[in-house]
Design a protein around this ligand. Structure first.
Ligand SMILES: C[S@@+](CC[C@H](N)C(=O)[O-])C[C@H]1O[C@@H](n2cnc3c(N)ncnc32)[C@H](O)[C@@H]1O
Length: 316
């Protein structure tokens, strides 16, 4: 995509010379920096994307060139600037119940099985609280994925309340690398257009309350979700075990070595029998064979084998 800027406004002044030149060397350096910051591996053809998305960031931070942006990314201003670069480069496209089937699998397969395990544990140890059933939305963007899970969990709790199941038995952790998208997720406020992508009128009435021209997720759904910042390519300060990890539509941006590192970390953090759920166009083929692939009604789930079922031999 070509675009032409006719002037750069820096500290209130219009700098003549308009378009910023992105030299091959600056592109290489920015590619490397971006990969270290958030794992996103940009191919050589993505030069236009770097130029298009980072020129406004450079301008907003008073840089007259990409070289100056690179210098600042290596200097004392790096922290604030890195956030802006990650925010500009990553895409936070998402929707409620995205792709449908993985959420059907949670509703009809995963939650009933976990619910039975929970009831069996409660019967065995009636006076011991926890551990809870735990879900993790690991690239949560603006929160639709985590709240979709929370709606399913909420309905499960309501259906099982008579058997002693309560909100305290479930939790959903939602993380993302980008603080601005997390702030939107925490606000739990969505436009009519965002709700129309994935929700029926009945679901909107059940799970949302109108706030002016926006809609707020109802409190019983909100309180099931905790948001935190986490960068999947850096050491994670997150404790397992989780019963299911949703990591959808983000691994696609990483190279194979990064995907492998992250998936092995997920493997460590999953409970035996727990599931990793990827995006509809993603799979672990050629990445790792630590998980067993489970095909359920057209969706692919990756299960961490239970110790008895774990295949022997060397693993990637
Ligand atoms: C396309 S959205 C996917 C949202 C949701 N999982 C879905 O499938 O609808 C990708 C998200 O991954 C986040 N992301 C990118 N790099 C990341 C990283 N290194 N660690 C954590 N999140 C990251 C982005 O900020 C963005 O919100």
């Amino acid at each position: 995509m070509e675009f032409v800027t006719i002037g750069i406004v820096t500290h209130g002044q219009t700098v003549p010379g308009s378009i910023m030149q992105l030299t091959a060397q600056a592109f290489e350096e920015l590619r490397g920096l971006i990969q270290r910051l958030c794992g996103v591996a940009l191919s050589a053809e993505k030069e236009y994307l770097v130029r298009h998305r980072l020129e406004p960031v450079a301008r907003d931070h008073g840089c007259a060139s990409f070289e100056e942006l690179i210098r600042k990314l290596r200097g004392p201003e790096a922290l604030a600037l890195s956030d802006a670069v990650v925010e500009a480069i990553t895409t936070s496209e998402t929707s409620f119940f995205r792709d449908g089937q993985p959420f059907e699998a949670v509703r009809r397969l995963i939650l009933p099985a976990l619910g039975e395990q929970l009831l069996a544990r409660k019967a065995r140890l009636p006076f011991v609280s926890g551990p809870t059933v735990r879900f993790w939305s690991a690239a949560a963007a603006t929160g639709q994925e985590a709240y979709s899970l929370a709606m399913l969990v909420h309905d499960h709790i309501e259906a099982q309340r008579g058997r002693g199941v309560t909100d305290k038995d479930f939790s959903i952790l939602a993380t993302d690398v980008s603080e601005p998208v997390l702030a939107r997720a925490r606000s739990a406020t969505y436009s009519e257009r965002e709700l129309a992508r994935g929700l029926t009128a009945g679901q909107i009435a059940r799970y949302f309350v109108r706030h002016g021209d926006h809609w707020l997720v109802r409190e019983p759904i909100r309180r099931l979700v905790t948001f935190a910042r986490a960068n999947l390519v850096q050491p994670l300060n997150i404790l397992g075990p989780f019963d299911a990890i949703f990591c959808r539509n983000v691994l696609i941006y990483f190279d194979d070595a990064t995907k492998l590192r992250i998936c092995l970390r997920f493997h460590d953090l999953l409970a035996p029998g727990g599931c990793l759920v990827l995006g509809a166009a993603e799979n672990l083929y050629g990445v790792t064979d630590r998980f067993e692939a489970l095909h359920w009604e057209g969706t692919l789930l990756y299960r961490k084998p239970t110790p008895a079922a774990a295949p022997k031999g060397s693993h990637r």
